[in-house]
Design a protein around this ligand. Structure first.
Ligand code: ADP
Ligand code: MG
Length: 318
């Protein structure tokens, strides 16, 4: 910030609202945070940046930006099976706008408190609107859900529903009003932390769907040295998506649209009941295909006919 007073004021607004935890020995206010990781746990660290006009429409409400900036990060912890603990926040703001920061914190801290997550530090600078969050969590040693554990014969699963966020974005891009039920999925994704925790010891691999199912599944296949066969007509869809989009549009949104933040994971076929039992109190899960020997991701429709997307992966909007 040009003015040290403005920067101090913003940091003070943040500091007085954050919750703390016993393992935060020093939080906001010193040169760095001092944190006490629990014995026997591994530290899991992830970071994601949201830029205005690239990762959210410029007219997004500050509280929704705050929620999403944290949600996309927590989703990465969920995909590892980790338990969230701490986060840091780098805010680049065009001007020292206290109202924006207050609104931002409404969304950010609402989600943080759901996960007993403490904001322990950050940085505040002037520049184009951009938010960078780093999250830190814990995982029992050796229990992390990685991308490289999928094996041929495993079932392929996904949580929740796919395509709603991309559908909202497609409405926004074509100048239509966004359906509120779709927009809430774009603005306020639900990080699947409890599901990720429940899948420890059951899932052989896991990834969160941020760039589109087929693209993210491609990373799993590459890391695991396997292929995947997806049934595009088995992808779970919300009632709003089903009623508002025809089958072709729906398949494209669900298979290639971004911003779902659901978990896509693999597990041996012998673990079907264990998966359903583990997921039952946390999130709906659907079986959407299987892991096969070979390379790459292919998709078929309900008739078994090969299905090819006209685009691969998520296209940032401008
Ligand atoms: P320094 O000049 O030593 O880097 P700063 O003035 O940048 O200190 O930050 C002062 C304190 O406020 C530090 O503890 C820092 O982590 C915290 N802080 C700064 N910006 C933020 C922010 N956006 N969110 C949370 N904490 C912040
Ligand atoms: Mg600093």
């Amino acid at each position: 910030m040009d003015s040290a007073v403005a920067e101090f004021d913003l940091i003070e607004r943040i500091r007085r609202r954050v919750a703390t935890r016993d393992d935060v020995l020093l939080g906001i206010g010193d040169d760095a945070a001092l944190l006490q990781p629990p014995a026997g746990m591994q530290l899991v660290v992830a970071m994601d940046t949201l830029n205005s006009g690239v990762h959210f429409p410029p007219d997004t409400a500050p509280a929704d930006i705050g929620w999403k900036a944290l949600a996309v990060n927590l989703s990465d912890l969920a995909a590892m099976g980790a338990l969230p603990a701490w986060c840091t926040l780098s805010l680049s703001l065009p001007e020292a706008n206290g109202e924006f920061v207050d609104g931002f914190l409404d969304g950010f801290l609402a989600l943080a408190s759901q996960h007993d997550l403490a904001l322990v530090g950050g940085d505040t600078t002037r520049g184009p609107l951009s938010i960078c969050v780093a999250v830190h969590g814990f995982i029992e040693a050796g229990q992390a859900l990685r991308r490289d554990g999928a094996r041929a014969g495993d079932d392929l699963w996904v949580s929740g529903t796919l395509g709603d966020a991309a559908a909202a974005l497609s409405q926004w891009q074509s100048g239509d009003a966004m359906d509120p039920a779709l927009r809430v999925r774009l603005d306020r994704p639900t990080p699947r932390i409890p599901l990720g925790r429940a899948l420890r010891g059951i899932a052989t691999s896991c990834v969160d769907v941020s760039d589109g199912l087929l693209a993210d599944l491609g990373h799993v296949c590459k890391a695991s040295g396997v292929g995947a066969l997806v049934d595009v007509d088995a992808l779970p869809a919300s009632p709003t998506l089903r009623s508002g989009f025809d089958a072709d549009a729906r398949r494209l949104l669900q298979a290639t649209g971004g911003d779902d933040y659901e978990l896509c994971f693999t597990a041996p076929a012998t673990s079907r009941e264990a998966v359903i039992e583990a997921a039952s109190t946390h999130a709906p899960v659907a079986r959407i295909g299987r892991i096969v020997a070979g390379r790459g991701v292919s998709a078929v429709d309900a008739q078994g006919v090969a299905w090819q997307p006209s685009v691969a992966g998520f296209r940032h909007f401008e």
